[in-house]
Design a protein around this ligand. Structure first.
Ligand code: MN3
Length: 196
């Protein structure tokens, strides 16, 4: 497959004041584009060209192909990251099917605390996640371009904790960025849609 940079599903300034147009211009137009371009170079001749992006993530991780893990992994992660946010999102009003699974792991307040803590304790770059494994939710974190697909689970929400995602708006205050993401940006309808 040929990877393509998707358009943002909203205007560059749609997420302010929680995420600025400048952050989205650099993050989407430059960082994500680089993963797309590098992914297309690395996939050529790899034998994985005909696979889905999910299958490529799993196969690249299993074969310890770090270039593909990081570039195709980041492409997958960012395609969804843009859609995991919306203006006026966040907070505890979750759609019913999702809320039911959240209640099974201790409720919204615990999920919020666990998710933020996962992002805070990911040393260096990476992601914190809400994923589904065997019908149950779990909160995890991964380094660099890895994602839960590579660890046998289905990601339904992820937050990018690489500094390029927050340094323009929050400088070194990763906790403030994570709180703003959960409280003001998450598109819970898309999270539920990812449950399939
Ligand atoms: Mn990023």
């Amino acid at each position: 497959m040929t990877f393509k940079l998707p358009d943002l599903p909203y205007a560059y300034d749609a997420l302010k004041p929680y995420m600025s147009a400048e952050t989205l211009q650099f993050h989407h137009d430059k960082h994500h584009l680089a993963y797309v371009d590098n992914g297309n170079k690395l996939i050529a001749g790899s034998g994985l060209e005909g696979k889905s992006i999910e299958e490529i993530c799993v196969a690249a991780f299993a074969s310890k192909n770090a270039g593909l893990v990081n570039n195709v992994g980041q492409h997958y992660n960012h395609v969804h990251f843009w859609r995991w946010m919306k203006a006026g999102g966040g907070g505890k009003k979750l759609p019913g099917k999702l809320m039911k699974l959240v209640d099974e792991i201790g409720g919204y307040d615990k999920l919020r605390a666990d998710f933020i803590n996962a992002g805070l304790t990911q040393f260096g770059s990476g992601w914190c996640w809400l994923a589904v494994r065997d019908g149950k939710l779990e909160v995890t974190k991964t380094p660099n371009g890895e994602n839960p697909l590579m660890h046998g689970a289905k990601p339904i929400l992820g937050c990018d904790v690489w500094e390029h995602s927050y340094y323009i708006d929050y400088r070194n205050a990763r906790a403030k960025y994570l709180e703003a993401f959960v409280d003001n940006l998450v598109n819970w309808d898309y999270v539920e849609e990812m449950m399939g």
